[in-house]
Structures are given as structure tokens and as C-alpha cells.
Design a protein around this ligand. Structure first.
Ligand SMILES: [Zn+2]
Length: 91
């Protein structure tokens, strides 16, 4: 399923190295669907992502504010800095 502009997905925040904050799901609005783009902010890790990972431009809604990022999809493992489709509650 390919996301379209305006859909809401989950962005995974980075936890702090010392563990004060854990990695968490945040709501993110799809601001753009770049064609064939690599994750701009994380190109040094690009080879670690699944080769078919969909990259999105996201407007991430954190409780403390918004930021914008280009992120790859990571469904099975919710790594920091990636997006995934929202989990269904209660399953
Ligand atoms: Zn999630």
C-alpha cells in the first residue's frame, strides 16, 4: 500500500542514548511522496534500509512541536527515524 499526501502515519522518535527517553511513535502527516528518493538526513545508513522501503517527506507532530523530515519506511522493526503504518489498538 503506497501512502498519499495528507495521510497520517507513525514516525518513530529517537530515544536518548542514556535511556531517559525511549523511542516512541508520533503522528506524522505525509507532506510529500518523493519519487525514488533516499532518506536525505540519513544517507550514511541508507544501505541498511530495505531496498523497497518507501521514503516520505513527513510533518512530524511531537508533543513539544513539529518538525519536518524525509524518512524511510521500516515496518517490522520500529527504528528511530523511520515511519510505519499506525498499529491497530487492541489486537
Ligand atoms: Zn506506531
Amino acid at each position: 500500500m503506497k501512502p498519499t499526501v495528507g495521510r497520517i502515519v507513525h514516525y518513530v522518535s529517537y530515544g536518548t542514548p542514556g535511556g531517559e527517553y525511549s523511542s516512541q511513535c508520533r503522528a506524522a502527516i505525509v507532506a510529500g511522496v518523493p519519487e525514488g528518493a533516499l532518506p536525505a538526513a540519513d544517507t550514511e545508513h541508507a544501505q541498511e534500509w530495505e531496498s523497497d522501503a518507501i521514503v516520505l517527506d513527513l510533518a512530524v507532530l511531537n508533543p513539544g512541536g513539529m518538525f519536518f523530515n524525509r524518512c524511510p519506511q521500516s515496518e517490522p522493526i520500529h527504528r528511530g527515524g523511520t515511519w510505519h503504518w499506525p498499529e491497530r489498538e487492541g489486537i
